[in-house]
Every structure is written in structure tokens, then in C-alpha cells.
Design a protein around this ligand. Structure first.
Ligand code: TYD
Ligand code: MG
Length: 470
């Protein structure tokens, strides 16, 4: 195999290749992320690069859409929250990239999953490129999993790993912790560089596809761009799962960002304890724990994460600003969504927020992406500005348009049911759709709803509470 020897400059963030050094990557805009990498310079160095050239192609049979297909065979992990995210377990021969900040609990979770599978008689290999075997063993012991027959190794060479795992019965699951520490002999650049990460991942993907072993690649996501972002392998793997949460909180949320074999909108919720990650089957209770009901500026949002309803508290603080340009900060929600809600509240709700700092926070470290949170955010903001606490037994949901109209959202019943289950007695929600309203007399809502059609109704409703209180 003739190796290309000319230098290539690869962006360590996004994998873009240049033929000379640049200070700024034109593809992703990152500064000082371009590093010289010699060796396999082609960005797609893989099987194609190693294959001898042939004048004529081999003819392969083409198949039709009809034909025999079976549901992809899966191995459930035994951890319900994890299986919910993957869509029912690890598909044989599939590759999952598990990404997350360092220290979030990836190794802990994967050790728990490995042990659970191994206890059921499956062959499971846990390859750590970061920790020594003794360290991994110690953690397993601390988790009470010391007896599980997981095969452990501390190894970073991909060829050696594949050769070892190929002996005997192929493992049902192999964990590679982490892909950034792996290196393959087919690529000459240093471990951790984009080319190495990509080359190692490619070799492991080939291993998974040929043996039917489900492989999980751990990828640290670093913000400073020092280590090659595992981003570059996202398109090659079957599923990308992110493990989030901030280290200041105990909750960890697992989310599928991409999934070729299942849904991408389900979340798994875990709690980090001294015995590892504990599943949280009813996350709403957790996210609402420790709620301060008497203060102004908090609203409970009845949200949906996939098929699962999830109640969370949205907190707002609106305070007079001492700055020329008031501050707007948001944690757990979209900054531009907040700007929009503020603009609508000013334009159509009659609120004056131009001289106020605005802070919005989603309690518990959760990230909300649903537009249905608009109404709850608006309620929290109005409540904070006016100093009127919202009724503690009420949930809010609804999408807000730029005109101030409150639009219906999906899965109203599921949201209301969850709220009723957790002891809430009323909901402020959008007016039901017309077609539904006609025949919906029989459709019993699980709790009292006050349907509002416009943001002015919300503002008036909160102002009326003050008059009643005083
Ligand atoms: P780890 O799984 O090593 O994180 P990652 O692999 O994502 O880098 O988790 C490390 C953190 O988890 C560490 O700060 C300690 C904490 N932890 C617990 O709180 N309880 C436990 O039982 C374990 C094993 C770890
Ligand atoms: Mg780790």
C-alpha cells in the first residue's frame, strides 16, 4: 500500500482538510484548530484507500425493496432507561457513539450496562484506553458489580483489540472507552487527532458489521477543541447518543441525536448516586422536587420528551437593570426563543422590559427544545415582573406566535394526565383545535383547563390575581 506522504492540515473540530495551514477553519469557523497531519492524507482514508486498484468493477446483485427482512435483532441492556433511548436494546452489529462531557458518567453507565448483560450470560468486553484494569475493577467493585464476568482490558491499539475480540465467540457487546485514545496502524498521525479517530472508528465499524458485535464508542466532547471532536465519526455510526447534565446536578439525561434503528426523541433519565447511575422512572417528580411555590417567577411547564410527558419548573427573574444594554441570560432553553417571547410580551402584552435584566432557567439542569414551553416561560416572566406568584397547582403549555396568539400543541391529553397524576388541579393551555372542540364534549379532560387564545389573556389573568390578593 502506497501511503500518501504530502502534508495535510486537518481541522480538529470538524475534520475539514486543507493543503496549507490556516488560522481559522473556513468550514466550522474554529480558530487555531488546524493541525498538520501526515500519513493517510485523504479525508476518507479507509477500505477504499487500501484496496488495490482494479480496471473493472465486480458485478454485484441488486435487490428490490420487497424481499425478506426481519426486525433487527437486539440485545436489551437490562437498563430500561437506556433501552428506551436506543429503541429496545443494542442492535447486533451496530455502532453507537456515546458522547458527553468528561466526568458526566459515561464509563459508569457503560460498566453498569456491561455487567447487567454479562450477568445474563452474554459475552461482554470492556476496553478502556483511559484507565488501568485495576481502576476499572475498582469502580466495578464500588458499584457492587465485582462479580460480573465482564472481560476487561486496558488497550489502545485497534488492531490488537480486534484480533483479541475476534477470538472465540464474538462478544454481544464491546465497549471502547474512549475513541479518542484509540490508534490504528493504518494511519500515521498521533492518537486523538481527527484522522486517527476516524481511522480507528472505521476499523471498529468493520469489526462490528462482520461479527455482529454491538460496539459502543465513548467520545468526550471538549469545548476547547484540544482533542479531536468525535463529531467526525457521527455520520459513520448507526446511533449517536448524548449523555448530558451538569456536574452540579445529580440528573443525567440521555438522548439519541441520531438513530438508524429507533426513535430520536426519547430521553432516558438517570440520577448519579454513590452507587452509580440510578434509573429515574418518573422524572417529573424529580424535576419538581424542592419547588418554591410561594415566590413569583416560577411556572410549571407540562412538556413532552418523545412519548413521555415531563413536568419541569421554569424560573424567571426580571429585575431593573443598571446596564445600558440590559442582560438576557438563559439556561436550558433557546436564547432566541426567549428574545421572541420577550418581544411578543412587549408588543402585544403591554409589558415594559426594556430597562430590565431578564434571566430564565429550567430547573434541574434539563434542556427544553419544545416550542410548547413558550407559554410557561411567558407566565414565569410576567409573574416575576409583576411580583405575583402563580397558582402552585397549575401547569402551563402552549406555543406563542409573533402576533401573541397562543397555538395548540400536540399531545395535550398526555400532558394533562401527567399533571393530574402529580397532583396539579388546573392547566393554562391553548384553545383546543376547532375540529376537536366539536365532538369533544365526551372527551373528558383529566383536570380543569382555562384555555387562552392570546397572550393578553395570560397577562390579564396574572394581574387579576394581584387584585384578588390585595
Ligand atoms: P465517569 O463515569 O468516570 O465519567 P466519564 O466516563 O463520563 O468521564 O464518572 C465520573 C464521575 O461520577 C465522578 O466525578 C464521580 C462520579 N461517580 C459517582 O458519583 N458515583 C459513582 O458510583 C461513581 C462510579 C462515580
Ligand atoms: Mg470515562
Amino acid at each position: 500500500m502506497a501511503k500518501q506522504r504530502h502534508p495535510a492540515f486537518t481541522c480538529q473540530e470538524c475534520g475539514a482538510v486543507y493543503n496549507r495551514w490556516k488560522g481559522k477553519c473556513e468550514a466550522c469557523g474554529g480558530w487555531n484548530t488546524i493541525v498538520e497531519e501526515t500519513g493517510s492524507a485523504s479525508p476518507m482514508a479507509g477500505p477504499a484507500a487500501t484496496r488495490p486498484s482494479r480496471a473493472k468493477g465486480r458485478i454485484f446483485p441488486l435487490e428490490g425493496l420487497q424481499g425478506e427482512t426481519k426486525e433487527a435483532p437486539r440485545t436489551p441492556s437490562g437498563i430500561a432507561e437506556l433501552d428506551r433511548v436506543t429503541g429496545g436494546g443494542f442492535v447486533h452489529g451496530s455502532i453507537i457513539l456515546l458522547g458527553g462531557d468528561p466526568g458526566i458518567g459515561k464509563s459508569t453507565l457503560l460498566m453498569q450496562a456491561s455487567a447487567a448483560l454479562a450477568m445474563r450470560g452474554e459475552r461482554v468486553a470492556y476496553i478502556s484506553g483511559e484507565e488501568a484494569v485495576a481502576q476499572v475493577r475498582l469502580r466495578a467493585e464500588r458499584l457492587g458489580l465485582g462479580q460480573a464476568p465482564v472481560e476487561l482490558a486496558s488497550e489502545t491499539n485497534v488492531e490488537d483489540i480486534i484480533a483479541t475480540l475476534s477470538q472465540g465467540r464474538p462478544p454481544a457487546l464491546a465497549i471502547i472507552d474512549s475513541i479518542q485514545t484509540m490508534w490504528t496502524e493504518t494511519v500515521e498521525s498521533a492518537p486523538g487527532t481527527v484522522t486517527q479517530v476516524r481511522g480507528s472508528a472505521q476499523a471498529l465499524i468493520r469489526f462490528a458489521k462482520t461479527t455482529g458485535t454491538a460496539v459502543i464508542l465513548v467520545g468526550h466532547v471538549t469545548k476547547d477543541g484540544q482533542i479531536a471532536g468525535p463529531r467526525v465519526v457521527e455520520h459513520m455510526v448507526d446511533a449517536v447518543v448524548s449523555f448530558e447534565g451538569d456536574t452540579g446536578h445529580h440528573f443525567r439525561i440521555m438522548r439519541a441525536v441520531k438513530n438508524r434503528f429507533g426513535p430520536t426523541d426519547e430521553i432516558g433519565v438517570f440520577e448519579m448516586s454513590d452507587q452509580g447511575l440510578r434509573e429515574v422512572p418518573n422524572p417529573s417528580e424529580l424535576f419538581l422536587a424542592g419547588r418554591d411555590m410561594a415566590t413569583a417567577g416560577t411556572a410549571v411547564f407540562a412538556g413532552m420528551e418523545g412519548t413521555r410527558p415531563l413536568l419541569v419548573e421554569i424560573q424567571a427573574l426580571v429585575a431593573p437593570s443598571s446596564l445600558g444594554t440590559p442582560r438576557r441570560a438563559v439556561v436550558g432553553w433557546d436564547q432566541s426563543r426567549l428574545s421572541m417571547v420577550l418581544a411578543v410580551l412587549e408588543a402585544h402584552g403591554g409589558l415594559k422590559l426594556g430597562m430590565h435584566d431578564v434571566y430564565l432557567n429550567v430547573a434541574g439542569g434539563l434542556r427544553i427544545t419544545e416550542p410548547a414551553a413558550d407559554l410557561a416561560a411567558a407566565a414565569a416572566l410576567v409573574s416575576s415582573l409583576s411580583g405575583n406568584p402563580l397558582p402552585p397547582d397549575t401547569v402551563y403549555f402552549g406555543e406563542m406566535g409573533l402576533s401573541g396568539a397562543i397555538r395548540p400543541v400536540a399531545q395535550e391529553q398526555a400532558r394533562l394526565k401527567e399533571a393530574a397524576k402529580l397532583g396539579f388541579s388546573s392547566a393554562v393551555s391553548p384553545q383546543p383545535r376547532l375540529d376537536k372542540a366539536k365532538g369533544s364534549k365526551s372527551e373528558r379532560l383529566p383536570l380543569a383547563t382555562s384555555a387562552i387564545g392570546h397572550i393578553t389573556d395570560l397577562v390579564a389573568g396574572i394581574a387579576a390575581r394581584r387584585r384578588k390578593a390585595s
